[in-house]
Design a protein around this ligand. Sequence first.
Ligand code: PLP
Length: 412
Amino acid sequence: MFENVKKVDPLIYDYILAEKERQMEGIELIPSENLVSPAVLEALGSYLTNKYSEGYPGRRYYGGNEVVDKVEQLAIDRLKQLFGAEHANVQPNSGSPANMAMYSALLNVGDKAMGLKLTEGGHLTHGHKVNFSGKLYNFVQYGVSKESEMLDYDEIRKKVLEEKPKLLLSGYTAYPRNIDFKEFRSIADEAGCYCVADIAHIAGLCAGGVHENPVPYFDVVTTTTHKTLRGPRSAVIMCKNEFSEKIDKAVFPGLQGGPHEHVIAAKAIAFGEALKPEFKDYASQIVKNARVLGEALQDYGYRLVTGGTDNHLILVDVRKSGVSGIEAEKALEKAGIYCNKNTIPFETGSPWDPSGIRIGTPVLTTRGMKESEMKEVASFMHLALKNKDNDAKLAEIKNKVKLFCNNFIFYK
Ligand SMILES: *Cc1c(COP(=O)(O)O)cnc(C)c1O
C-alpha cells in the first residue's frame, strides 16, 4: 500500500509510515479512537472521492450518480438495520456538523436546549459558550450528582420541568456509566420537548447490544462513526420518519455541499462489519476490558470517577494520587501510552491542567487484547506515573511497551 505516495511525495510517505508505527508500538487508550479494518481504509482511498453528488439517492443535482446512488443507499439501509432506525442520513462529515444539522432542523436561533456540562462529561457541541451551539442557542446545562458523580434523573427531571427547553440532549463524551435513555424519554415526554441523543462514544456498544440503544424511540440520534462503531472518521444522523425531511434538508442544502461518497462507502463497509455476529463479541469485550483495567488501577490506589465503569471509558482522578492531568498525560506519552487529560466533575483545576485523565479500551480490544493484557496495561501505567520525572525510566518503559504491543500488530 502507498507505493504511489512513496514515489510522488516521499516526505508524506515517511510520515504515514511513522504514524502507523506509532499506532502499532504504543498502548492507545484514547477512548474516542479506534483502528478501522483494512477494507475501510481501502474504501477511503477509492475512486469515489472524485464524484460530486449533491442531493440524495435518486434526486441528485449532478449527472453520473448511478453507482454512487447504490453506495449511499446501501450505507443507509445497513445503518437502519443496525440501529432499528426509521430514517438515516449518512452524509454528515463529522460529529460536530451532525449536531449542527440536528439543532438547525429542530430549533430556531435563540431557542432553549439542555445538555450536560462540558466539565462533567458533555461535548463542546452540547452548548459550550466557545462553540457555535452555545452561541446560537440558549443552552442550559444539567450536571451530575456531587455524591455519586453520576446522572441524577430526579434532579434532571426537576430542572427540565423548570426550564422548559425545546430540546433535551443526552449522550456524552466523558461519562463512564450507562445512560438510562428510557428515563430521558419519559422526562422529555413530561416536559413536551424533543428527545435527542448524541451517542458518538457508545454507538458501537449500542449496536453491539451492550448498551441500551435509544434510536428506536428517540426523535433524533446523532453519532460519529469512528469511535466504538469502528468506521471511518465521519458521522450519521438517525431519526423518526416525522423528522426525516427536516433532517435531510438541514444537512443538504442547509449545511453541507457535496457528500464524501468515498467515506460513505467506508461507512457502508463498517456498518456491514458491525452487523456480523463477531461485532457483538468485540463490543462486550470492550466493556469487560474496561472493567478489568479500572479494577487493576483501583488496586494500585487510583480513584476512578463514579467508582468504576459500565462502558468503554474510565476517568481517573490522578490528582488524588499526587499527579496532575497534564503531568500524567505527558509522562504516559513518554512511555508510549496515549491518553488525554480531562476535567472531572466539580473540577478544582483548569481545562488546561485538569485533575483527571480519560482512558478507554476500544483500540486495545480491536487489537485482540483481553482481560489479562489489561492488567499488564495498568501496571505499565502505574510504573510510568510513579516515575513521571525520570525520563530514562520512562524511555525504558516505552521499550517494554513496544515489545508487549508487538504481540498485537493490527496493520501488518
Ligand atoms: C467526538 C464527539 C463529537 C464530535 O465529533 P467530531 O467528529 O470530532 O466533530 C460530538 N459529540 C460527542 C458526544 C463526541 O464524543
